[in-house]
Design a protein. Structure first.
Lengths: 322, 329
């Protein structure tokens, strides 16, 4: 297998809360606590989990908006923490982000053309005319007319704005886009447009996606591989088809049980898992899922399970499979 | 099931006056549906389709610019559109309850859970003292709040999002309503918490026989919860059917498009996408409001507004395609 575009090893991010009188932190929130994954060229990795599982912190670490407490993030084999100057600019150029809410991620005072041109002005020494041409090209790429450039964001609907955000992310020669719940804020009929558009762009441009979401069906649809996160850790990774066909971790199974049916005949009488996500301030001992797990064993509250190979490609962290 | 419907909405029209009356937005335009005791109706539509305005019209909580300009809302035989606010206050919270999307906005952060859950029972059922306390504890237990005798002294900020929404559910049930209107109650909840909440609502419905109107844009929730579905587009119900008929044989192209645009677990097939976006309710297309986006649009769709057609399997749809299909057969 060729070396991955992005490789994350042992990534940790702990936030201090409630400082003591003289500096030292009394408590830590372990938002991301030992995460490994890789994204290959032209591939989509889905990162799925509920609120507080650390998926957004992971994306911030990748974008270098936060510095990790421990672990490394390698892009093209180079640790991004060591990048400086022009190397760092090259990284920023290659890795872009699209946020959930296109109503707050686009400046209302800038024209669409300027919004998309901004990364080009910062990262390239193209002439004005060349930039204008490039803006028209990426607008066309995301299915908007090139003459939309002089308009302002308020003149567009939610779906169109999300297209503009994607166009901005593609303006430089982007190789990886972090998609942080890019369709959650959109209307149902518009979601399908954006997902199809993202898939088509990946086929033509070979760009990689890290798709962060909480809706199993959407993440499974767009992703090649999926990593399931729970309280700062990955509990299971697998090929998307394999995960849908045979989820192994009890939490993944619970996510599938909680997924809504696509037809009234698929209604299950299966009980959804009890309990709520524990506070990350006060993590359960052993396996973090054991207080909610329907098949917890005595060992689960004492020893944290490690990721081990599941059948097919992928890994699962659960004592059931020891 | 009782034979007389619990709620009958007939030709409801709700308009909003904007720019000092210079412009009229027909947010709800000729909407009719009925709901029987213990039944669950899903009201499905995208933003701006008028589903929330329909619900607010029923309970008389329209914002000031909104006005019911036509139609009737018969609830237990009474026309709610003719009631004064004073009379409506005696119905809201007692006979009809509402659950809104954001539990933080529907709970008062300054009052204890006890005070907020007790209010309907205090005003409508005149419970006091120990009976009131026991009633509140019973309600909190019914919505699975652990150790309610302690938790009822807490304030909303001490509860998780899922618990808060369950408490809003307890308040809704406090007056012993016959109809609960739930407006996207699970949009802000995590998937596993959403599943718990929906299971809980179903259980409560089985126990109390309350009727539910579920406002949502999520067809998965409809498939899980509802007996019948009404699909709204641009202020009108474009299709209404029993839930199985709707999923098996959708009649309106918009319903078909909605069903096709939802990813199905384990399927990698490209999603069916409708071009364009939902129209602005302030400037609707002529004829059928869906015609600019419709893959099966015909010339007359742009000029003539379709009427309701009844294909005979319990569904009703507003689409000219059915006119041709019905006259040919």
């Amino acid at each position: 297998m060729p070396s991955p575009v992005l490789e994350v090893r042992g990534l940790k991010k702990h936030f201090p809360v409630r400082r003591r009188l003289f500096g030292g932190a009394a408590t830590w929130v372990k938002a991301v606590d030992g995460v490994d994954f890789a994204v290959h060229a032209g591939e989509t990795l889905g990162l799925i989990g509920e609120s507080g599982c650390g998926k957004t912190t992971t994306s911030k670490l990748i974008l270098r908006q936060e510095t990790p407490t421990a672990g490394t993030i390698k892009f093209d084999g180079r640790d991004i923490a060591s990048l400086q100057g022009s190397d760092f600019m090259a990284y920023r150029r290659a890795v872009q982000v699209v946020f959930q809410d296109p109503f707050s991620s686009l400046s209302p005072r800038m024209r669409i053309g300027d919004i998309i041109a901004e990364p080009l002005e910062i990262h390239t020494d193209l002439s004005r005319a060349a930039i204008g041409e490039r803006v028209g090209k990426v607008l066309e790429l995301v299915g908007l007319p090139p003459d939309a450039a002089p308009l302002f964001p308020h003149e567009f609907s939610g779906g169109q704005r999300q297209r503009i955000a994607i166009a901005r992310a593609l303006a430089t020669d982007t190789r990886l886009i972090v998609l942080d719940e890019p369709v959650s804020a959109l209307d149902v009929s518009v979601r399908a447009q954006i997902i199809n558009q993202l898939e088509a762009l990946q086929r033509t441009l070979g760009v990689s996606y890290l798709f962060i979401g909480h809706d199993l069906a959407t993440v499974a649809h767009i992703s090649h591989r999926i990593a399931v996160m729970y309280l700062g850790q990955i509990v299971e990774t697998a090929q998307s088809d394999a995960l849908c066909a045979r989820p192994m971790h009890p939490y993944t199974k619970a996510l599938f049980a909680a997924a809504l049916p696509s037809h009234p005949d698929d209604r299950t009488e299966e009980k959804s898992i009890a309990g709520e996500i524990p506070s990350p301030l006060n993590l359960p001992s052993g396996c973090r899922f054991h207080p909610r797990c329907p098949v917890a064993m005595p060992i689960c509250s004492q020893v944290a399970p490690t990721l081990r190979r599941r059948d097919g490609e992928g890994e699962v962290a659960c004592h059931l499979y020891d | 099931m009782a034979s007389a419907p619990l709620l009958q909405v007939i030709g409801l029209q709700t308009h909003f006056n904007t720019f000092g009356g210079a412009r009229i937005v027909k947010a709800v335009d000729d909407v009719s549906f009925t709901l029987r005791e213990g039944e669950t109706l899903g009201l499905v539509g995208e933003s701006g389709s008028g589903k929330t305005t329909t619900c607010l019209s029923i309970v008389g909580l329209l914002p000031r610019a909104g006005r019911i300009v036509g139609g009737r809302i018969l609830f237990e035989g009474d026309d709610l559109t003719r009631k004064s606010q004073r009379e409506l206050r005696r119905i809201r919270g007692r006979r009809i309850a509402v659950i809104l999307q954001d539990p933080m906005a529907s709970l008062n952060p300054l009052f204890t859970i006890f005070r907020q859950v007790a209010e309907p029972a205090f005003f409508h059922q005149h419970l006091r003292g120990r009976t009131l306390r026991e009633r509140v504890q019973g309600l909190l237990r019914a919505v699975r709040i652990p150790s309610p005798e302690w938790r009822m002294r807490d304030y909303p900020h001490q509860m998780s999002g899922g618990m808060r929404q369950r408490i809003v559910g307890a308040i809704a049930l406090a007056g012993g309503p016959r109809l609960v209107i739930a407006d996207e109650p699970t949009t802000n909840l995590d998937v596993t918490i959403q599943a718990q909440y929906l299971d809980l609502l179903k259980e409560i419905q089985r126990e109390t026989g309350v009727a539910l109107i579920f406002v949502t844009h999520n067809l998965g929730i409809v498939a899980k919860m509802c007996d019948r579905v009404a699909v709204m587009y641009a202020g009108k119900i474009v299709e209404q059917a029993p839930v199985r008929e709707l999923f098996d044989d959708p009649k309106h192209p918009y319903t078909r498009a909605l069903l096709g645009s939802v990813p199905k677990l384990g399927s990698k097939e490209p999603l069916y996408s409708i071009r364009g976006q939902p129209p602005n309710p302030a400037s609707l297309p002529t004829g059928c409001a869906f015609h600019p986006r419709c893959p099966a649009a015909m010339p007359r769709c742009a000029t003539d507004e379709p009427r309701d057609f009844v294909p005979g399997d319990g569904s009703v749809a507003r689409c000219w395609l059915l006119d041709d299909a019905l006259t040919r057969s």
